[in-house]
Ligand binder design. Structure first.
Ligand code: G4P
Ligand code: G4P
Lengths: 192, 192
């Protein structure tokens, strides 16, 4: 997605050869117009698939997911990483491992909001090691719903997540695919 | 806001005489079309105020805030309740006390995203004890920016938050104002 790639080049900051900071428009400050364009793009790529609902995870997945839900005219459910005041129903849960923190966390979605009739589009902001995406796939599969595909805003193609998902036969649509963050510059896959 | 009140009556669940559960359209599952209408309503109420940016707090404030930001064509910043991978800049922080959990937490926003030139609209999903709203006001004031007002989706008028903010001279626009959750029914302020 050209607009997104341009935004990454002008407003993204490379923190290390593993980490791209996009706090100015996606992860802390949010650019609503860009989110709308991202939502529209996901809606285009997953049109005609009979998607009934979008599943994402708090917090950075919410804005892109809600915009996609608006264009597709379907509800959006976000997985919780921690207990909340009203998250008290029967829960579908999955474990998500963090390599950086070397810890495993549980994520949850109420059974009420994904049923076996659903056709689910998973959306998240980053695809890196893929643990969060795999956790969301696990939850959707537990409910009996179909995983139609995964929409990712920024994929770090040099990390394992994209490959793991592809090897599971899951369709992944990433709006920006980063081949490398080495030597202080962002190199997209299509530039190679 | 009539549409919101109707949604609360049909899809809200009263958990106790203190707590209204709206997980089916606001706090876990999100109704994007409703969020868009909520965003439009906030944009209308705070039009012509020269608002430059919206400040909210993860997670449930994000969807309403992003829709308001879309209508007002301004950026949205969400306060973090916990460290994140890229939240490493100089931070503005505030303490937020939880009466239920009897604990105090720190919320943060990077100094980069609120400066003294800004005119800030704060948006959040619920106004109850007001601690989160007060924390956001504190952060905005630390930056030197002006607090133009606070937009709340659901205000529980029987709790102290609304009154505390009013007593500080802060303009609060709540789209639904609940006078009571007693006896298993939602009573809005304008129904009394
Ligand atoms: N900005 C940025 N973030 C990255 C990058 N690579 C991974 N992340 C984010 O970091 C978080 C993952 O950290 P960990 O759970 O510790 O996982 P990991 O060490 O196995 O990668 C996720 O945030 P999250 O769960 O999405 O958090 P939130 O923002 O939704 O709160 C993920 O999206 C990157 O290059 N840049
Ligand atoms: N559904 C619902 N939620 C209520 C109600 N009253 C307060 N809350 C939410 O509960 C959370 C506040 O809990 P605490 O921090 O423990 O505060 P408190 O005990 O002093 O009220 C906030 O969630 P939050 O920080 O907004 O969490 P998140 O949803 O953004 O993750 C607030 O919005 C209510 O009647 N119904």
């Amino acid at each position: 997605m050209r607009l997104l790639e341009e935004k990454i080049k002008t407003d993204g900051t490379i923190i290390s050869d593993q980490v791209l900071k996009v706090d100015s428009f996606l992860n802390h400050q949010i650019d609503p117009v860009l989110m709308k364009e991202i939502g529209k793009e996901f809606a285009l790529r997953f049109a005609n698939e009979g998607v009934t609902k979008i599943v994402t995870i708090e917090s950075s997945g919410i804005a892109p997911a809600v915009m996609a839900g608006l264009y597709m005219d379907i509800p959006v459910v976000f997985a919780r990483k921690r207990k909340s005041l009203t998250l008290i129903d029967d829960l579908l849960t999955a474990s998500v491992h963090s390599f950086t923190k070397n810890e495993t966390n549980e994520i949850s979605i109420s059974k009420k909001y994904i049923t076996e009739e659903d056709r689910i589009l998973i959306i998240d902001d980053f695809l890196a090691n893929g643990q969060a995406a795999l956790g969301l796939v696990d939850i959707v599969q537990q409910s009996g719903a179909a995983v139609i595909g995964i929409g990712i805003v920024i994929e770090k193609s040099f990390q394992q997540g994209a490959e793991i998902l592809a090897s599971q036969g899951i369709r992944v649509e990433s709006l920006a695919r980063i081949a490398s963050l080495a030597e202080g510059k962002v190199e997209f896959l299509n530039e190679k």
